[in-house]
Every structure is written in C-alpha cells, then in structure tokens.
Design a protein around this ligand. Structure first.
Ligand SMILES: O=C(O)CCC(=O)C(=O)O
Ligand SMILES: [Fe+2]
Length: 221
C-alpha cells in the first residue's frame, strides 16, 4: 500500500467540484493500492483480503458492470467529514461504501449541473423515485454497506458534515438506526440522563474514528 501525496489525490478523479485541498482538510488519511508513478497511479491487483470483500459486494448486489478494481480507504477522525462532491465520470455508474467505526450521516444534495455522465452507459434504468430531486440523507452505521448508482451518482453531491454530532432525523433509514444501536453506544446522552432530549434520540456522537472502503470499477486503469 502507498500513502498518497496531496498532488496524487487530484489524480483519482473526484470531478470538478472537489479539489485536493478539500480532501486534505477533511480526510485524515488516504490509502490506495497502487504504485505512485510520475505518469499517475499504476494499477496493482487488490490484495486477497480485499477481493474477498469486493467479490461478495459484487456477487450479492449484481449491480457492478465488472469486478471491482478500485478501493479507496478513508479514515476520519470524529470531527472530520467529506465535502459535498460527485465521484466523477471515471467510476460511473455505481459505488459501494462499506462503513466501519463511528456512524455518520451522508447527505445527498441535488445538483442540476451534474449529470453529464449519466447517459454514458446505455440501457441503465434511472431510479424514478429520485425524480423530484430533493435532498436526503442516509445513516451509515458500522458494518453497513451503502450502494448508490445512476441518478443518485450523477445528479447528487454526497458529503458528510465535519462534526462530532451527526443528526439523522431526516435520514431515509432513520427508523432502522435504533436496532443497530441497541445499547445506545453512539448516543451517550440517552444513557446519562433521565430526561430524553429530541436531539439525543436523533443524533449520534462520533467517539472513535470511522474507516470507509469506497469500492468502484475503473474501466481504464
Ligand atoms: O467515506 C465515505 O463514506 C465517502 C467517501 C467518498 O465519498 C469518496 O471517497 O468519494
Ligand atoms: Fe464520493
């Protein structure tokens, strides 16, 4: 594994809205399988422990056009998030994010000027449910897998707030969070006081780092 220098991060294809500065300010460390070379990043095979994970994601979901060959591992400190961005045409139309450690809320914000890459692959049925293009959020619990594709990929920015407290009252999966946090591990406010405040119920406190594995297919390596 190589730790990438700041200038290498821009080569990973995050699209015009995301500069390397944004990434360096929000993300603690970025690791990528590959060798840093003056012409860019040279491809290497993913290690076996990782292909076991990516193979499962690909086989179970059946949403990837071919084997996942690109995995970005990000580590976030409790106050760190990632600026709203779009992943760019290099990985269109699908991305899977496996989350470990502290839960976070990922916000999806419609962005009308995006979407040029949407029709790159003919025959893909766009998700009609997103046609009204409202912002929405998704809670990413530890060990969860989020897969988003097509219009959610091309017409929305996704990002995580730079904040220890993550509010999820408007998240599409808000009602499912309690069953994944039965002991209120991520809601210390609920344990301490008898007085239950709405913000304690609808928020998580990030007490540890979060590590995410962003899995994608790059057709041209
Ligand atoms: O860490 C995450 O959950 C998101 C990462 C991401 O959006 C990216 O690497 O493009
Ligand atoms: Fe992203």
């Amino acid at each position: 594994m190589e730790v990438l220098e700041e200038q290498e991060i821009t080569k990973l294809g995050y699209g015009p809205n995301c500069t390397s500065d944004m990434f360096m300010s929000t993300t603690y460390a970025l690791y990528e399988r590959g060798v840093v070379h003056e012409k860019g990043l040279l491809a290497q095979d993913l290690p076996p422990w990782l292909t076991r994970i990516t193979g499962k994601i690909s086989d179970k979901s059946r949403l990837f056009p071919s084997a996942i060959n690109h995995v970005l591992i990000n580590e976030y400190l409790p106050k760190q998030g990632i600026m709203p961005h779009q992943d760019g045409p290099a990985y269109f139309p699908v991305v899977a994010i496996l989350s470990l450690g502290s839960p976070v809320v990922m916000d999806f914000t419609p962005h009308s000027s995006l979407g040029e890459c949407r029709h790159v692959e003919d025959g893909i049925k766009l998700d009609e449910r997103l046609d009204d293009e409202r912002p929405f959020s998704v809670v990413l619990m530890p060990r969860s897998l989020l897969i988003f594709k097509d219009k959610a990929y091309s017409d929305y920015l996704h990002g995580i707030r730079d904040c220890e407290m993550q509010y999820y009252d408007r998240a599409v999966n808000a009602t499912e969070t309690s069953k994944h946090d039965a002991g209120n591990q991520w809601r210390p406010g609920l344990e301490k006081s008898n007085e239950v405040r709405a913000e304690d119920i609808n928020s998580f406190c990030r007490t540890t780092t979060r590590v995410s594995l962003t899995c994608r297919v790059v057709s041209k390596m």
